[in-house]
Design a protein around this ligand. Structure first.
Ligand code: AMP
Ligand code: GLY
Length: 419
């Protein structure tokens, strides 16, 4: 099989590696990829939003399957475009990708089908939003309706902070069109988990769960980011809770999408808070999480290429996972997520690989010596051991051997499971 992976982040590096490790896969291409993927795939310099160019590449190179990493091309209809050309592609079409692309679409779906989520209202006017904030009080959560690279959420601890968020988003168009409408919702308390499933035509294959760290700094302080580190499994979450989430969230959502005439194919990512009243949805994504994928997908021991083919052909498949426990730490450019200072020289990453760690490249480019930071999140370093504690120690010992000038990382990834 020949595979084309679309995207250029750490998540896509994990997808590329997983296909590359599949005996069923002969060749992997990635567009546009990044410099750090060169040993795992052939890098094709086509932008992930250039649908026609990508489709022509897939036709000319007889690609058997295209796999889409990021949300932007999905929400803009890359699957519809490839399908028109009779190309096989894994991901939701434009209509189904609204589950991620519009928070109000997702919220209305959950309301209609009784899928547990935080109470909410949607607003397009500052005054009405402020009146609602006044009524609910703080803490309260303000979310840009559209895509904002994981940064469009403000968990406001005071009414003032919530009012400012609303003024920024609706009034000052902080996220442009994405924040001309905002969802304001109830603040939920509990552990967070990322629960992802492979979905196609009503078939659901849930993955092992993971936990992300959304805040930029240690102790879960600072602004929300795309994610600063993750681990899998999540031992403090009982398997009964995961089963409950499967039955009350995953299955009903897949059914609801079918009933709405927008059946879902692809990765259904449920971001959940485990409250005293059970799991509740804080967001849906229509694709793999980043950095969760880097600690979940490598735990799959089945042939990834065979699995996706079986899923799309609606053939039963025994999906298997290893007992290895994985923990990954993001190295970010100074200033991330707001004022990203790109251009830092990365140290010799071979030192990490020689220590048995896995390095996933997110925002790197080739320099005269090694790699240069070329994005907010630069690399993710993963330890894979028989316990999370060992995995964590291994990552931090590895990181302590190198200099990270112009870069930073959290020192406490995994803290909730060790407390
Ligand atoms: P999201 O991008 O929707 O996942 O939100 C980013 C982060 O904000 C989440 O990972 C949570 O930590 C937090 N968050 C979002 N919604 C809520 C909520 N209703 N209650 C408490 N925290 C929330
Ligand atoms: N790490 C969260 C996300 O991918 O949306």
């Amino acid at each position: 099989m020949k595979i084309l992976v679309i995207g250029s982040g750490g998540r896509e590096h994990a997808i590329v590696k997983q296909f590359n490790a599949s005996p069923s896969v002969d060749k992997v291409f990635v567009a546009p990829g990044n410099a750090g993927m060169v040993n795992d795939a052939q890098i094709i310099p086509i932008d992930s939003m250039a649908f026609e160019e990508l489709a022509q590449f897939a036709i000319e190179n007889e690609i058997d399957l295209t796999f889409v990493g990021p949300e932007q091309p999905l929400v803009a209809g890359i699957v519809d475009h490839f399908t028109k050309h009779n190309l096989r592609i894994f991901g939701p079409n434009k209509a189904a990708a609204q589950l991620e692309g519009s928070k109000s679409f997702a919220k209305e779906l959950m309301k209609k089908y009784n899928i547990p989520t935080a109470a909410y209202e949607t607003f397009t006017e500052v005054d009405k939003a402020k009146a609602y904030i006044e009524k609910l009080g703080a803490p309260i959560v303000i979310k840009a309706d559209g895509l904002a690279a994981g940064k469009g959420v403000v968990v406001a601890m005071s009414v003032d902070e919530a009012n400012t968020a609303v003024e920024d988003m609706i009034g000052n168009q902080l996220f442009g069109e994405s924040s001309s409408s905002v969802v304001i919702e109830e603040f939920l308390v509990g552990e967070e988990i990322s629960y992802m499933s492979f979905v196609h035509n009503g078939q659901i294959y849930p993955m092992v769960i993971s936990q992300d760290h959304k805040r930029a700094y240690d102790g879960d302080k600072g602004p929300n980011t795309g994610g600063m580190g993750a681990y899998s499994p999540v031992p403090q979450i009982a398997s009964e809770v995961v089963e409950l989430a499967y039955n009350t969230v995953v299955v009903p959502t897949v059914k609801a999408m079918e009933q709405e005439g927008t059946p879902f194919t692809g990765i259904l990512y449920a971001g959940l808070i485990i409250t005293d009243d059970g799991p509740k949805v804080i967001e849906f994504n229509a694709r793999f999480g980043d950095p969760e994928t880097q600690v979940v997908l490598p735990r799959m021991t089945s042939d990834f290429g065979l699995f996706i083919t079986a899923l799309m052909n609606e053939k039963p498949f025994e999906l298997e996972w290893s007992d290895a426990e994985m923990l990954g730490v993001v190295i970010a450019s100074a200033g991330y997520p707001s004022d990203v200072q790109k251009g830092a020289q990365l140290p010799n990453l071979a030192v990490l690989e020689e220590a048995g760690l896995h390095v996933f490249h997110a925002g790197t480019k080739a320099g005269t010596e090694g790699f240069i930071a070329n994005g907010g999140r630069v690399i993710l370093v993963v330890g894979s051991e028989s316990t999370l504690k060992e995995a964590q120690q291994k990552v931090y010992i590895g990181l302590s051997k190198l200099e990270w000038e112009g870069l930073f990382f959290r020192k406490d990834i995994g803290w909730r499971t060790f407390q």
